[in-house]
Design a protein around this ligand. Structure first.
Ligand code: GLU
Length: 313
């Protein structure tokens, strides 16, 4: 039998295993912005022998681009990423989301809301698309004759605080800044905030690493963990890359920053540099899997910059 003090560092990390994940939305091809989230989440999980799960966030069928998920998976494999376990697809999990909303409804933590305002926008994950602060109109019963309802989670006036692994202490008053938020949309689709929390809970995820564009969603997600009486994961929000048009790099920037088999190694190197890891120039000529391995062996979370920056390829 091995005494506790004889355990190797690796064994100790395996005991308290980190479970990280990468959760891209298949709304277009893999681009540099998404690659940063893949690299950051992979390195933070793998540097401590953690598991790295892959989830395709195809929650919103109209936004899903056919073939995008498969193309992303092929590229990730070519770049040397290896994920643990089966890939999860949110489109397979609608019954599970329904079950959780019903559970919260039974505890009176959610309520139906038939307001005609933009419930759909209010469930969007990205700032600027958050919609107005919900004024509590249907808290004590729906108004008017509209039959279709969204389901909203009742927030409290508690300030949500968390210590982000990169950005430090964060706080938000959900009551003042967001209001009761939508979990099940009036169009029948489930909200990002709900799906991401339920999926992470069911998969045992205890480390969430993603772009800082989701920072404003995190207090809502923490509140949902609290409502479900589950400990929330440790959060790390990575800086965002801006394109030459000064906007956040995304699928909307056309071909700028798109990843291909040909430029993959180069882009991986650049992602490490963007994350402040100072990869040596000699790495540039190596196959992607070796660049990624260098990242795992040398990753320093303290070196990750806290502010968003432009990128120029
Ligand atoms: N699917 C989201 C995106 O691609 C990421 C969600 C998350 O990491 O929580 O922006």
């Amino acid at each position: 039998m091995i005494a506790l003090h004889d355990k190797t560092t690796r064994d100790k990390h395996l005991d308290a295993q980190i479970v990280g994940r990468f959760a891209p939305s298949p709304t277009g091809p893999l681009h540099f912005g998404t690659l940063i989230a893949a690299v950051g989440s992979y390195l933070l999980a793998k540097q401590f022998y953690g598991r790295w799960l892959l989830r395709i966030e195809d929650l919103d069928p109209p936004r899903v681009v056919s073939g995008a998920a498969d193309a992303m998976l092929i590229l990730l494999e070519q770049l040397g990423f290896t994920w643990d376990g089966e890939i999860t697809y949110q489109s397979d999990r609608f019954e599970r989301y329904r079950e959780i909303v019903e559970q919260l409804h039974r505890s009176d933590l959610v309520f139906p809301c038939n307001c005609t305002r933009k419930e759909i926008l209010a469930s969007a994950p990205h700032p600027g698309e958050e919609g107005p602060v919900y004024p509590g109109t249907c808290r004590d019963g729906t108004k008017g004759n509209r039959i279709e309802c969204a389901m909203r989670l009742r927030v409290t006036d508690k300030i949500i605080r968390f210590n982000d692994g990169i950005l430090g202490l964060q706080q938000q008053s959900l009551n003042k800044d967001v209001g009761d938020f939508v979990l099940h949309r009036v169009d029948g689709l489930f909200a990002y905030q709900l799906a991401v929390v339920v999926d992470d809970i069911d998969a045992g995820v205890n480390q969430v690493v993603r772009g800082a564009d989701l920072l404003m969603s995190t207090p809502r997600q923490i509140f949902l963990y609290e409502s479900l009486d589950v400990d929330c994961p440790k959060y790390y929000h990575l800086p965002l890359a801006y394109g030459d048009n000064g906007k956040k790099l995304s699928k909307r920037n056309g071909d700028f920053g798109l990843i291909s088999r040909e430029n993959g190694a180069n882009m991986l190197w650049r992602a490490l540099a963007f994350l402040g890891q100072e990869p040596p120039l000699e790495l540039f000529d190596l196959p992607p899997a070796e660049i990624l391995l260098w990242g795992v062996e040398n990753f320093k979370v303290d070196a990750v910059p806290t502010c968003n920056r432009p990128i120029d390829f």
